[in-house]
Design a protein around this ligand. Sequence first.
Ligand SMILES: *[C@@H]1O[C@H](CO)[C@@H](O)[C@H](O)[C@H]1NC(C)=O
Ligand SMILES: *[C@@H]1O[C@H](CO)[C@@H](O)[C@H](O)[C@H]1NC(C)=O
Ligand SMILES: *[C@@H]1O[C@H](CO)[C@@H](O)[C@H](O)[C@H]1NC(C)=O
Length: 258
Amino acid sequence: MRVFLLLLGLLVALCDASRLACKYPPEQWCSSREIAAECQVEQQCVEFQSSNAKQPVNLWLFYESLCGGCRNFLVAHLFPVWILLNDILNITLVPYGNAEERNISGKWEFTCQHGPDECLLNMIETCVMHYLGNIEDSFPVIFCIESSHFVTNATESCLQIYAPDLTMEKVMSCVKGDLGNQLMHQNALLTEGLQPKHQYVPWIVINGKHTEELQTEALDNLYGLVCKMYTGIKPEACKCGNTERNSFPKTTRSLCWH
Ligand SMILES: *[C@@H]1O[C@H](CO)[C@@H](O)[C@H](O)[C@H]1NC(C)=O
Ligand SMILES: *[C@@H]1O[C@H](CO)[C@@H](O)[C@H](O)[C@H]1NC(C)=O
Ligand SMILES: *[C@@H]1O[C@H](CO)[C@@H](O)[C@H](O)[C@H]1NC(C)=O
């Protein structure tokens, strides 16, 4: 409603100003500061942006910790793009992927595509994200783990660097206890509830949608895709350089099939 009123206000302001020789159609008025200035709607655009268009692009990554294609996408693509565009990109990581769960007398047992090490690391990452609470604090740790050569035993040193207040003991008590079990079950529900069902990982969902086109574009040029999909005033990072061309290495197309 508020958004609608602001939009209406913007239109009224512009009808008043119809004497202006503004050569842009209304849907472009707030698309850049220059155009807003030329059409004399800067103030209205600021209000409009701050209420509505500040919705970030929401990206969910469904992955599993030891899948090569997942690690490559997360490390070489998603993390650097997030560093540059984190004002407009909201990331949610769901480590589970092609795992399976069974209810063994009230406790969930998990089986993972790349074996018990992967189940353990999925759980470690899940517990780390739970304790750190937000992606700003947890993504650097996950990135550090996934980019390590010895991925299965990197957690402790990654925590020391990026989250020194969170101890390995605390993480492991979550991993071995009911908390980790329940958190991983939530990941299972999220993953199994995907529409359409995931066929492979990394499986990318953007603003609630997964299509082959979006997936392909995200793997080829995530940076350009996020800039393109963001409906607010583009941040400077979207202007410098050519976002049409991918400046990051291509994600190797090694998907892990379900
Ligand atoms: C970011 O994503 C989470 C879901 O993982 C959601 O709860 C939150 O509202 C999103 N933030 C914004 C600003 O959209
Ligand atoms: C899991 O199994 C236990 C008994 O084995 C049962 O009481 C419980 O309802 C089951 N939970 C789910 C979610 O199926
Ligand atoms: C991790 O394991 C590898 C081999 O399994 C070993 O060489 C390395 O020192 C270990 N790193 C840490 C930090 O424990």
